[in-house]
Design a protein around this ligand. Structure first.
Ligand code: HEM
Length: 396
């Protein structure tokens, strides 16, 4: 029997992704016509091959005008200014070139020492306590500190901006005033950085972006805001939720946790890939069909919305043996948690892996008796998945 299909309600993503719905759709209706109360509806993709094909074909499946299911509100765009995530090649290629050298595996590796120091500081800050919130006090600190350092702003401000991203990621209309306030704050802050770094550039991404040109044209303060928003936004609750959701998965699979901690340093890199597959912190990315086309025997019309569900593709049994089992030693693990490998493949993937590795290493070594002491809370989102809070006891 088909389960009721509703991939829009945030309640479908509380506690777990809707794997029952995903499994049914993958098998019976892989290009599913999903209704939308305030919109035209969209095609929901749940098979690995379809998710990869769409993500890798920007000519037929555009990232413009947006990668969110909701269309932009009238007046909700910035004229000709584009955020990289919502641009198509060739503009996208030129934009990405501005930053790509800062996010290579080698660049991420060069930051490992500093990121390990941050991890030590984060665990030091809770070490004297008996209990804490694993998400807010530990997991969320790392990405907000790292992006603050990269952008050349105080760590404390990074923490504040990261709180704004959560409001921005919650479902539209659920808390409109908080969303508007978060947007205003982010805009105001980016303009302050723009002024300060224009006057006194440093060795940071903000200064690099301000000095950057695309086709000989300088970036203006709106372009800078869109970069700023993207960088603070993309690496914040995604990385946080992988750590929060990953620790939750370890609590729920004690035998896997025991296997991992037996030889933590050697096993962590493989385990992180499985946690990425398992948690899939980015629930979806949307594309818009540019020409009438056919996908997996289904006709799609120009202008249709197509939504790639990464958590569904990551449990596709045709690609992953025992897809519904957490196996921290899984290799190979061609998950699509960072995207299906197209032009928008996560720019921060290498950096995220270093952040996650340093934090999990520090946490699992220093707090071997870490245990949950209450239920997790979940955000109001159908876009980013993972617990919002997770109360834990740090020692026996
Ligand atoms: C576990 C953590 C993370 C996950 C799961 C994640 C996932 C994703 C996904 C699914 C995409 C879209 C891929 C596509 O459309 O094909 C993306 C894009 C992006 N991510 Fe990440 N991300 C993470 C961490 C980070 C970090 C730490 C940064 C950097 C600070 C970052 C920066 C970006 C940027 C800039 C893009 C846009 C790339 C483009 O449009 O070319 N991400 N990420």
């Amino acid at each position: 029997m088909a389960p009721p299909i509703d991939l829009l309600s945030p309640s479908a993503f509380r506690g777990s992704q809707p794997h029952e719905q995903f499994a049914w759709l993958r098998e019976h209706d892989p290009v599913h016509r999903h209704t939308e109360p305030d919109g035209s509806g969209f095609w929901a993709l749940t098979r690995y091959e379809d998710v990869r094909a769409v993500g890798r074909d920007p000519e037929r499946f555009s990232s413009q005008p947006t990668i969110m299911i909701d269309d932009p509100r009238p007046g909700g765009t910035f004229g000709d200014h584009r955020m990289m995530l919502m641009a198509d090649p060739p503009l996208h290629t030129r934009m990405r070139r501005l930053l790509s050298r800062e996010f290579t595996p080698r660049a991420a590796e060069a930051l490992r020492g500093r990121i390990a120091e941050l991890a030590t500081g984060i665990v030091d800050a809770v070490a004297g306590r008996d209990r804490c919130d694993l998400v807010g006090d530990i997991a969320g600190e790392m990405p907000s500190f790292v992006i603050a350092e990269l952008l050349g702003i105080p760590l404390e401000d990074g923490r504040r901006l990261y709180a704004c991203t959560e409001a921005l990621h919650s479902v539209r209309g659920h808390n409109r005033s908080a969303q508007a306030a978060a947007f205003e704050e982010m805009f105001g802050y980016s303009q302050k950085v723009w002024r300060e770094k224009s006057a006194d550039p440093g060795e940071d991404l903000s200064s690099l972006l301000i000095a950057g040109e695309i086709d000989g044209v300088a970036q203006d303060h709106i372009d800078f805001f869109l970069w700023f928003l993207l960088l603070v936004d993309a690496g914040g609750d995604t990385t946080r939720n992988l750590v929060g959701g990953g620790i939750l998965a370890l609590f729920e699979h004690p035998e896997q946790r025991a296997w991992l901690t037996e030889d933590l340093e050697a096993r962590l890199p493989t385990a992180i890939e499985e946690l990425l597959r398992w948690v899939s912190p980015v629930i979806y990315m949307r594309r818009t069909v540019t020409v009438d086309t056919v996908l997996n025997s289904t006709s799609l019309g120009a202008g249709d919305k197509v939504v790639m569900y990464y958590g569904a593709a990551n449990r596709d049994p045709t690609v992953f043996a025992d897809a519904d089992q957490l196996r921290l030693d899984r290799t190979p693990n061609p998950h699509v948690a960072f995207g299906g490998g197209g032009p928008h493949f996560c720019l921060g993937a290498h950096l995220a892996r270093v952040e996650i590795a340093c934090l999990l290493q520090e946490l699992l070594v220093r707090c071997p008796d870490l245990t949950p002491v209450g239920p997790a809370e979940w955000p109001d989102s159908n876009f980013i998945y993972g617990p919002r809070t997770l109360p834990v006891r740090l020692r026996r």
